[in-house]
Design a protein around this ligand. Structure first.
Ligand code: 1GP
Length: 251
């Protein structure tokens, strides 16, 4: 079934309806544990699967996406750490530009190189202003990106970065403390950024509890991404999903 992912995200934003994405790192799953993960996600009414990672070593990406597509109708959105992580079997792709950094390769260089492949993929391409926020310790993304993360207490810099991203045409802003971050992004920064942009705001990195996911949504996040905590305890899917979907919706 074809999904119009971006349209549904903007429609949900207008109604203050929050979404939950389970992040799947193809290096950490296999056919044996995928079944349970998908069943738990279906039961919990997870909105999206994000698939990808800053560093994907295995060649399980295509199989992983195909496995999900065979098993359920939850849209699969690629969250690629590099141009090699494009799978035509997914539904959409976050076309990430690392706007918090000053590494030209991740702002535009890799996009130029991979443009023909991405265009031909048939995926729904969603230009995304990607902002890595300092999560208290180096994460894979902060190391691999070769760019300084945005300081976690500089809310004004985050605000101006997101505003610039939106005015440059980014359709989504994704603030990420990095997978397994010691410290998730604080609500004050989320509130500041959410108050000055109109496009949907994705928040991830170091979220480990339903309470934190709920507070992030109340502060203005539209879509919460959780990976690491779920890898450790898949039963969290249900509680986190319930917390996110419990945020009151505008009638
Ligand atoms: C990382 O935002 C994602 O890029 C999710 O982070 O794995 O810490 O949940 P976690």
């Amino acid at each position: 079934m074809a999904h119009n992912i971006y349209q549904s995200l903007t429609e949900k934003k207008q109604r203050n309806k929050k979404s939950f994405a389970v992040l799947i790192d193809p290096d950490k799953v296999n056919d044996d544990n995928m079944e349970e993960l998908i069943q738990l996600s279906l039961d919990a009414k997870v909105d999206y699967f994000f698939v990808g990672g800053s560093l994907v070593i295995s060649s399980y990406l295509n199989e992983c996406v195909q496995y999900i597509k065979r098993s359920c109708d939850i849209p699969v959105i690629l969250f690629p750490g590099s141009p090699s992580q494009v799978s035509k079997y997914a539904d959409g792709l976050l076309y990430l530009s690392l706007i918090s950094g000053r590494n030209p390769e991740l702002l535009i260089g890799q996009h130029v190189v991979s443009a023909p492949i991405v265009k031909k993929s048939g995926l729904e391409i969603m230009p995304t202003g990607y902002m890595v926020i300092d999560g208290g310790a180096p994460t894979t993304v902060s190391y691999i990106s070769n760019a300084a993360p945005l300081p976690s207490d500089k809310n004004e810099i985050a605000m101006c970065t997101a505003m610039a991203g939106e005015m440059l045409g980014m359709k989504l802003i994704y603030m990420d403390a990095g997978s397994g971050a010691k410290r998730a992004i604080n609500e004050a920064m989320i509130e500041k950024v959410a108050s000055c942009i109109d496009v949907p705001l994705i928040i991830g990195g170091g979220i480990t509890t339903p309470e934190k996911a709920y507070l992030n949504c109340k502060a203005g996040a539209d879509l919460i991404v959780v990976g690491n905590a779920i890898e450790k305890d898949a039963s969290l899917i249900k509680e986190i999903s319930a917390a996110i979907h419990n945020v009151p919706v505008k009638l």
